[in-house]
Design a protein around this ligand. Structure first.
Ligand SMILES: [Zn+2]
Length: 284
């Protein structure tokens, strides 16, 4: 793909990228050669997939094991009323193909587990976590931290969202270039007890909220593929839709982190029980 040239249709389609110095034909080629695995084709995944496809990210993987329900349509805008009852990966892939024939879409109608994550995620440039549960979030964090894979994190709750980016690249330091990059467990070493944090099915979520958060994740992924700009590496962006406020807090690598810390309690995803609190389970 290194000799990939933009054809006339692509020069037209991506013209607003091509004319910018920060993207240009070279940057557009990078996007077309890029690969992103989006985990979850729901509230966060919908806008992320739409914008990544529109931007010309050439290879998109989509993981989801759910079917479209009518109650999803208030926020999961890649699916339409006529898609109710069909697998989300199928509905999302149809949308992408209709939007941009340049995109090669691979669908995985399954839930990521310790047994499947490697086969599915291997080879992607970056993973966009658009999942809605702690088991998947911690599994992806640990897999990405241990394999040095870049990860975009996004989460939502009622009227609030949070976003950060973990490049998991030792050469790519955090905010202060002398600092190593953190991971999600540096912030939250273990998931809360099951049942203590309600999900959006039980508490509700403002429909447009995941749109904002998913778009910020897509922005980070596009910047990562282009190698341009400052990522949310070592920074957690917190968005409050009610106050319409954005706040950024610095996050640091935790020397006691079970994955990326000095103790290294987790050497392999096989050692963790991802249902429950995502604790290390290996025998003493
Ligand atoms: Zn860590």
């Amino acid at each position: 793909m290194s000799d990939l040239r933009l054809d006339a249709t692509q020069l037209d389609r991506y013209s607003r990228h091509v004319i910018m110095d920060e993207v240009g034909p070279e940057g557009q080629k990078r996007l077309l050669e890029g690969s992103v695995l989006v985990v979850g084709a729901g509230g966060l995944g919908s806008p992320a997939i739409q914008y990544l496809a529109a931007a010309g990210v050439g290879h998109l993987g989509i993981v989801d094991d759910d079917v479209v329900e009518r109650s999803n349509l208030q926020r999961q805008i890649i699916h339409a009323d006529g898609d109710v009852g069909i697998p989300k990966v199928e509905s999302a892939a149809s949308y992408v193909t209709a939007l941009n024939p340049d995109i090669d879409v691979e669908t995985y109608e399954t839930r990521l587990t310790t047994d499947t994550v490697e086969d599915i995620a291997d080879g992607y440039d970056i993973i966009l976590d658009a999942s809605d549960n702690f088991a998947t979030r911690y599994l992806l964090n640990d897999y990405c931290a241990l394999t040095g894979t870049a990860l975009s994190h996004g989460a939502i709750y009622r009227f609030e969202g949070q976003i950060t980016t973990f490049t998991n690249d030792e050469s790519n330091a955090g905010v202060d270039s002398s600092e190593p990059s953190p991971c999600y467990r540096c912030l939250f070493p273990e998931a809360p007890e099951p049942g203590t944090v309600p999900d959006c099915a039980t508490t509700g979520v403002l429909g447009v909220l995941p749109g904002t958060v998913g778009c910020i994740q897509a922005t980070e992924v596009v910047k990562y593929l282009l190698g341009k700009g400052d990522l949310l590496e070592g920074r957690l962006l917190m968005y409050d839709a009610m106050d319409m406020s954005f706040e950024t807090v610095e996050i640091r690598q935790n020397p006691d982190c079970p994955v990326c810390g000095e103790t290294g309690a987790i050497d392999s995803i096989e050692e963790v029980s991802y249902e429950g609190t995502c604790q290390v389970t290996h025998a003493e």
